[in-house]
Write a protein that binds this ligand. Sequence first.
Ligand code: HEM
Length: 438
Amino acid sequence: MAHSASSITSLPVQYTISTRVFGCTHSPSVEKKFYASCKDLNSPVEKLFLNETAATAALERANIPKAVRSFVSFSSDPTHMKRWEHAANIKFTSVDGVPAVEADFQSLTRDLGACIAIPQLYGQDFLDRNPTLLSDFWTFDNELFPLAIIGVPRWAPIKPVRDGIAAQSRLHLALQEFYHRVAQLEANQPIDFNANLSDISPIPLSRIKTYVAHDWTPKERGQIELGLLWGQNANTQPVLFWLLTYVYSTPGLLPRVRQEITPYLTLDGKGELTALDIASLSRSCPLLKACIYETYRLVNEANSIRYLTSPVPLSSSSSTTTTLPSHTFISALMSLPDHDPTVYTSPETFVPERFLETSADGKLVARYGKLRPWGVGAGMCKGRTFAEKEILAVGAAVMGMWDVGPVGGKWELPERIPGTGVQKPVRDVRVVITRRGV
Ligand code: HEM
C-alpha cells in the first residue's frame, strides 16, 4: 500500500463502486470522464474536510448547540417534531413525573448527525427541499448497498433491491436538481424555486465547474454525486450512535467524560446548551477522544482495495520476495487486528483507556496506536478530520445536556453485524431520554 501512486491506485475500485453500487450508468464515455475528473472532484473535498481550521469552522456554522437543545422536542405531534425525530418512533412519557421521551436511539442519533452534516456540504435548502432524503439514504445504505457490493444485479427481483433502487433514484434526482440550481447560481441565472443557496459549501461550487468542463450530463452528475453524500454520512453517523451508546452504557464512564468536557460547554440557568468550544474539545479532551478511538476499534471495518498498474514486489518476514503481477486487485482489511486478543486484551469490551498515554511533558493524550480506521496511502479517507470533529462535537453536546438510559432499566447492547463500513446493530436500542440532572 505504501508503493508509489503510479503503480497502485484506488481509481478502478472507485469507478466499479460508482457504477455497481452508486448507480452511475456505465459507458465508455462515463468511464473516460470519471478518470479525467476524479482528482478535481476530490480536491475541494480535501480542502474542507481534511483541514483542521476549515472543518472546525464548518461545524461552528452548523450551530450544534441549537440542534442538540432540541435533540428531543417533547412533542407527540409529528408536525412539531424535529426532522431527526421522525424515524425514531418517539413516545412522550414521564419519569417520576418529569417529562421524558422514549426513542429508537440509532435512528435518532444517526439522523441528528445527518441533519447537522448535510447542510455543511449542500446547504440547508437541499435538506429542506427533499423530505424523504434521510429515509431514502438509509434504505439505499441498508438494503441495496450490501447486495450491490457483492455483485447482486440491479434487475434481481427481490424487495431490498427494488426498494433500494427506488430510494437511490430519488437521491439521484435530488442531487441532479441541486446541481442544476448550483449551475444557475454559477451562471448568474434565476434559481429554480428562488432557492436560497447562500450557505452551500465551496465543494459544489467547485465540483460544478469540473462537471461542466468534462461534459457530465445533468443525470450523470446526480448519479456520481451520490458517492460523496454517502461518504459523508454512511460511516460518520453510525459511529456517533455507537459512541453515545458505549459511553452511556459503560458503568462510571459518563461522569468522567462530563467532567472533562464541562469547561468547553456553556449551559444557561435552565440547563440549555448555548455554546460549544469545538477547538478546545478537540485539543483538551483525551478521554473523549479515546472513547471515539475505542468506538472505531469495535465497530469500524476499514478496507483498502487497490489495483496494481505495474508489478509490485512483496517482501515477507522470511525475507523471500514475490512479485504481484500488474492488473491485480489487492485488499487489506485494516480492521483485522482490531478484534485480535493478542493485540488488544479483552477485545470485545469497551475500554477507552487502552488509547490513553502520558506524553513526554506529563500530559494525558489519546493516540491511535495500531488503529487504521481511515484506510491507508493516497486513497485514504478524504473526510476524516471533519468526521472525527463532528462525532466529537455532537457527542459532547448530547452528553452535556441529556441523560439517556435503557427502557426497562438494564442496558442490553445488540449484536453487531457487518455493515457498509461500520458495523450495524441487529436491532435498534430503545432508550428513555430526559434533561440532564433530572
Ligand atoms: C467515521 C466516519 C468515516 C469513516 C470511518 C471513513 C472511512 C473511510 C475509509 C476506510 C475509506 C477508504 C480508504 C482506503 O481505501 O484506504 C474512505 C474513503 C473516503 N472517504 Fe471516508 N470515512 C468517514 C467519513 C467521511 C466523510 C465525513 C467524508 C466527507 C465527504 C468522507 C469522504 C471519503 C472519500 C471522498 C473517500 C475516497 C478517498 C479516495 O479513494 O481517494 N469520509 N473513508
